[in-house]
Design a protein around this ligand. Structure first.
Ligand SMILES: Nc1ncnc2c1ncn2[C@@H]1O[C@H](COP(=O)(O)OP(=O)(O)OP(=O)(O)O)[C@@H](O)[C@H]1O
Ligand SMILES: [Mg+2]
Length: 227
């Protein structure tokens, strides 16, 4: 057992069929992420950053390769077990917030906790606490359409944390926001991860922001390079 390793990827390959040809996006990616480590992933548009992050979070299956998550082979798990691991032990923040439009901020944050089996009372208290931590205690009953982009992303961050995941993934969480709001979101995520000792793996285009992590990786020609 290698208890300090949170995530271990070996030989990840991903190709997409484009009619006659194949698009080789990942061509043998190896990656170890330690518990509590903050890793930023950079690379040109189309380099495969989102593809890699989705695979690391078990949201997409690679053509080849293995992924060990907290000592378990993620892709070897039966579908249901994989979904449970994702729901309870991983948090994901997307570029688009993917909030449910008919639910309030508070309800959006509570939802994954209920799916994760936390009792109602406990999940509501947890959701309120997290919305407070992201500075939205005054917006609990707002619908997503009544929130700014930055506020919606902060709801999405609270939602990603409600089941207390050991690892948090973020795919360009600042992509749809202005520079100042975007930098604030990354700093918030980083602070939340550091305070709680969570592992954090995030894609960003911003070299200054990615310098705040423990490690920066650059994806190029299907391979990861250390910056
Ligand atoms: N499901 C798919 N089918 C076919 N091609 C795909 C699919 N998903 C991604 N691609 C292609 O794979 C390449 C990598 O896509 P990906 O979204 O991982 O890039 P990225 O590095 O995240 O780019 P960006 O910085 O623009 O978000 C792109 O050329 C994209 O068009
Ligand atoms: Mg992307």
């Amino acid at each position: 057992m290698t208890s300090s390793i949170h995530l271990r990827a070996r030989g990840l390959r991903q190709t997409y069929d484009l009619g006659e040809t194949q698009l080789r996006v990942l061509q043998g990616v190896d990656l170890d992420v330690a518990k509590g480590e903050v890793v930023f992933l950079r690379g040109a548009s189309g380099a495969g950053k989102s593809t890699l992050l989705y695979i690391l979070a078990g949201l997409e299956h690679p053509r080849e390769g293995t992924l060990e998550f907290e000592g378990e082979q993620l892709f070897a798990q039966k579908g249901n077990r994989q979904a449970i691991l994702r729901n309870r032990r991983m948090g994901f923040v997307f570029q688009s917030y993917f909030l449910l439009p008919e639910l309030t901020a508070l309800e959006n944050v509570i939802l994954p906790a209920m799916l994760g089996g936390l009792p109602n009372k406990g999940s509501e208290a947890k959701a309120r606490e997290l919305l407070d931590r992201v500075g939205l205690s005054g917006r609990l009953d707002h619908l997503p359409s009544q929130l700014s982009g930055g506020e919606q992303q902060r709801v999405a961050i609270a939602r990603a944390l409600v089941n207390d995941p050991g690892i948090l993934f973020a795919d360009e969480p600042t992509g749809n926001l202005d520079a100042t709001t975007g930098a604030g979101i990354i700093e918030l995520l980083l602070g939340l991860a550091r305070q709680d000792g969570r592992t954090f793996v995030a894609v960003t285009h911003d070299p200054a922001l990615s310098a705040l992590g423990d490690r920066q990786l650059y994806l190029k020609d299907g391979h990861l390079e250390q910056v």
